[in-house]
Design a protein around this ligand. Structure first.
Ligand code: ADP
Length: 365
């Protein structure tokens, strides 16, 4: 039998142990919470390749639950990943990239595995979603190759004109001389336009644009634009028909810029001697031409920067990319409808003012 004093000491030790145990549990819970709060997925395994920690982000990314205690091969089945864990267990720091399907999207993941000198954890690995970074890397590569391609054509034209002038200046007729200078001026204008459009696009894309968003009447904006295009429309024998009216919450200058690109294209691709119709209804504007139209596979691509269906028609291929960004930044949408051979219709939909009075036809419905 224990003496009362001994019993008292044992009780005190038991309480101290219980309190220490509670402290440890609280500490572990806090650590797990910290790991769950981590933006990246984390998995830790022991020397027997059993899971010790799998944070919440890991479960979001790879599915399943209650991974702790499971074998690594039950949790992850990607051969490259398992091999990387093997190498990390051998004492190496390893990085590898792999794809994982999450719902309908394929994500690109970078895994960084690191050996840990501890009794419970042998390897800890972070899984970082690099899909966005890879996409941006791809966009950057495409951009550089597209841009060099676009610049090369006017530069080649300029170089050949300059060389002809340089080597044959005393043998050229005044007409040839004039023509060469015209070519040079045209190619220079092409380069200038490319650079101007590009810097405008980059300004818009970077969000470096202050918008003056307020309720605007759409009809006056489009009427003014049609007037601005008077000279071009005479030159191409284009007739404008503007119908309807409507209002939107938008920046009128930026809207003007967006519609100006659409009208410019309608004149350019609508062919000579044709009609351009502009239909306004509520917050929607439809710009239609009677040109060749746009085949279904091209309809999305024409909004990509530098994309041109017919490369022989001069243009920077940036107008629609600029227009789309302008419309999106004003919380609108842009679509194109077309029956190839029968023209194209560009449809811009914009947010409408909350207190837009109903049109009489609507009110009576
Ligand atoms: P650009 O006109 O300078 O080439 P855009 O970005 O404005 O550049 O247009 C991209 C491409 O989309 C054009 O090169 C053309 O092939 C096609 N496109 C644009 N508008 C029309 C239209 N109204 N009808 C037919 N094709 C069009």
């Amino acid at each position: 039998m224990f003496s009362p004093r001994k019993l008292y000491e044992l009780e005190r030790e038991r309480n101290a142990l219980a309190s220490r145990f509670a402290d440890l549990q609280r500490q572990r819970a806090a650590e797990l919470q910290l790991l769950d709060g981590l933006g990246e997925a984390l998995l830790a395994i022991d020397a027997d390749r059993r899971v010790v920690i799998a944070n919440r982000r890991f479960i979001d990314l790879f599915g399943g639950m209650d991974h702790v205690g499971k074998r690594l091969t039950e949790v992850l089945r990607v051969a490259d990943v398992l091999e990387s864990f093997d190498r990390a267990l051998g004492g190496e720091e390893v990085t590898c990239r792999f794809g994982v399907r999450s719902g309908v999207v394929e994500r690109r993941i970078e895994m960084r595995a690191q050996p840990i000198a501890s009794t419970t954890i042998a390897v800890v690995a972070l899984f970082i979603d690099v899909s966005k970074i890879e996409l941006l890397e791809q966009i950057r590569r495409n951009f550089i190759s597209d841009f060099s391609h676009e610049v090369r054509t006017p530069l080649a034209g300029l170089r050949s004109a300059v060389e002809t002038l340089e080597h044959n200046s005393d043998r050229l007729s005044p007409e040839d001389d004039k023509q060469l200078r015209r070519i040079m001026a045209r190619q220079l204008r092409r380069l200038e336009r490319l650079v101007d459009d590009l810097s405008e696009l980059s300004r818009i894309e970077s969000g470096d644009l202050t918008l003056d968003i307020r309720p605007v009447e759409l009809r006056p904006i489009l009427d003014d634009l049609v007037e601005d295009f008077a000279e071009q429309s005479v030159q191409h024998r284009v007739r404008f028909e503007v119908r309807g009216e409507g209002s939107a919450i938008a920046d009128s200058n930026r809207l003007q810029q967006a519609f100006s690109n659409l009208i410019d294209n309608a004149i350019k691709y609508g062919g000579d001697d044709h009609r351009i119709t502009i239909d306004i209804r509520d917050g929607e504007v439809r710009v239609s031409d009677e040109g060749e139209g746009i085949a279904p596979p091209e309809r999305e691509k024409i909004f990509h920067r530098f994309y041109r269906i017919d490369k022989t028609i001069p243009g920077s291929g940036l107008g629609l990319a600029i227009t789309k960004h302008l419309v999106l930044q004003q919380r609108g949408t842009i679509d194109v409808e077309s029956k190839p051979g029968h023209g194209a219709t560009f449809i811009v939909r914009l947010p409408r003012p909350a207190a837009t009075p109903q049109r009489p036809s609507e009110a009576s419905r």
